[in-house]
Design a protein around this ligand. Structure first.
Ligand code: ADP
Length: 223
């Protein structure tokens, strides 16, 4: 347990129960569709049922992946002094390679922070992945590194639909997704990011981006 009572995976008992509920829901679909497939069906209907099984299996996979991502934040994790600009450059290069999209980096400073490289990389990658996932493929995700009053700041900005101000708190809660979010997701990513920030003495915030889109900011104490 960390000091705030969250277990090592970043989910509380209640959140784990929610995770089990989500996985069980997807498994119910798998079992139901499998029963249907066993029947003598026209090929088109069989295909619909098989597609349903695949989608539910993918959802279970994502749920487990996202829940396990919280484990990068486990207590006793090795902490080192890191150049945050270098960590950001690494994450951006990986995200460019995986997505084929434009991820710009503006890092004129090289702030040092104490932390787990794995956990911080995961947190920054989550934000970049979301920026890419919720925006058109023609738009870029723009990342910058700054310093501000004793903190290193990572800013991740996209040109997606933006997030209504009344939803700014809710999106950090586990399994919460905004209505109309079509891209695949579990609603766990930002919970993990927040948990990583808290265990590093930092914080996360979100705002509207002037001209459209969202801006997420990670604040980490300077080492
Ligand atoms: P996931 O992306 O797996 O659903 P997250 O916890 O990362 O889960 O995000 C929670 C919700 O917040 C998303 O489902 C989406 O509705 C919204 N969201 C997150 N990031 C963005 C973004 N960059 N632009 C628009 N909406 C976003």
């Amino acid at each position: 347990m960390k000091d705030d009572g969250r277990p090592a995976c970043g989910l509380t008992q209640e959140e784990l129960a929610l995770l089990a509920h989500e996985i069980r829901g997807a498994l119910t679909v798998v079992m139901g569709m499998t029963e249907i497939v066993k029947r003598d069906l026209p090929a088109a209907e069989r295909q619909v049922a098989l597609d349903g099984v695949c989608r539910a299996a993918e959802r279970i996979d994502r749920l487990i992946d996202d829940a396990m991502a919280g484990r990068v934040d486990r207590p006793g994790m090795e902490r080192e002094v890191l150049d945050l600009a270098e960590v950001v450059a690494q994450v951006a290069a990986e995200q460019r390679a995986v997505s084929g999209r434009t991820v710009t980096v503006d890092a004129r400073v090289h702030p040092l922070v104490a932390g787990s490289r794995e956990a911080l990389e995961r947190a920054i990658a989550n934000l970049v992945e979301n920026g890419l996932k919720y925006s058109l493929s023609s738009s870029s995700v723009d990342v910058s590194v700054e310093t501000r009053e004793g903190y290193a700041v990572v800013v991740v900005a996209d040109r997606g639909p933006g997030i209504p101000v009344q939803e700014h708190a809710r999106i950090f809660e586990p399994f919460e997704r905004l209505e109309g979010s079509e891209a695949p997701g579990t609603g766990l990513g930002l919970t993990v990011v927040r948990s990583v920030m808290e265990s590093h003495g930092g914080s996360i915030g979100v705002d509207d981006r002037p001209g459209g889109g969202s801006v997420f900011e990670l604040l980490l104490p300077l080492a």
